[in-house]
Design a protein around this ligand. Structure first.
Ligand code: GLU
Length: 284
């Protein structure tokens, strides 16, 4: 008999502001999909981009999750504590010549191609490791189809992108010295044993890049579930940068029911008169 592996899912907010309805949807979706098979649900704070961070937001997010009845497994992981690990992985990739330095400015990249897709012009330059370079991951050879990291998403179905996404050597360390989201997220998911990634559809086109990293790091990618996005009344994605309203603990039960309805996961025996935790437990 084959034993199925325990699911390890996660919710990985960036502390660029408090959680809003869109992030609540991602939290509820990732929690329920992991818990429905008895899986674990981790919380990771993605705080490696100081210019985009709001002081105190990480704590606010954790208090919001508690007030909304979520219980996470293990300790919260802060990406800011993992910088040495990311550098270690970057160095391994350098040693294998899977990355290269790029000194192009935004202006130069724009001049190369109008849609700003980078044309890998530094790939063979062998620029030395100076401070003013970004590090780019060489696009690779996915098993079936060279450089084609299409994948099957459990919600969106088969996902195939424009070839430019597969061909572009993407940044894993920025020119300003900050580790890029793509590298940090993959290294953490691998190190934390995450095998189920449930997140918003806005991140869908990062997935082929992340699959490239899984290949380069010889690790098994997780199962992907990209959730539909909650939109504001103008049809735009709810996001912190556009001032989406923070979710308030006073309305926790009603907002949870709304999130469940949005995800089409609301069961008949669940109502907003219940406590937030009860709503979540009954929804598993
Ligand atoms: N930190 C990202 C965000 O808040 C989510 C990353 C992910 O789920 O892979 O949008």
């Amino acid at each position: 008999m084959t034993q199925t592996k325990q699911v390890i899912g996660r919710f990985a907010p960036s502390p660029s502001g408090p959680l809003h309805f869109g992030s609540l949807v991602a939290a509820v979706g990732s929690y329920l999909i992991a818990k429905s098979t008895g899986g674990k649900w981790l919380v990771r704070i993605e705080d490696i981009d100081p210019p985009r961070e709001v002081a105190g937001a990480a704590d606010v997010i954790l208090r919001q999750l508690e007030a909304f009845g979520f219980e996470w497994d293990g300790e919260v992981l802060y990406q800011s504590t993992r910088l040495e690990r990311y550098e270690e992985v970057l160095n391994d990739l350098k040693q294998q010549d899977l990355v290269y330095a790029c000194d192009c400015t935004r202006k130069q990249i724009f001049a190369q191609r109008e849609d700003r897709v980078y044309t890998n012009v530094c790939a063979d330059k062998n620029l030395t490791d100076t401070k003013d370079v970004a590090w780019r991951m060489r696009h690779g050879t996915a098993p079936q189809d060279k450089g084609n990291y299409s994948f099957n998403d459990h919600i969106q179905g088969h996902c195939q992108f424009d070839q430019s996404i597969y061909d572009e050597d993407f940044i894993i360390k920025r020119k300003d010295g900050l580790i890029a989201y793509q590298l940090a997220v993959v290294v953490d998911d691998i190190d934390q044993g995450v095998n189920q990634v449930v997140r918003g559809l806005d991140i869908l086109d990062s997935t082929p890049r992340q699959l490239r990293l899984y290949e380069a790091l010889a690790a098994t990618p997780p199962e992907y579930y990209h959730l539909p996005l909650a939109l504001d009344k103008n049809g735009d994605k709810l996001c912190k940068q556009h001032g989406a309203k923070a979710i308030e603990p006073e309305n926790a039960s009603a907002l949870l029911v709304k999130a469940l309805e949005f995800l089409k996961l609301k069961k008949e025996n669940v109502s907003s008169s219940m406590s937030p935790h009860e709503i979540l437990i009954k929804s598993i």
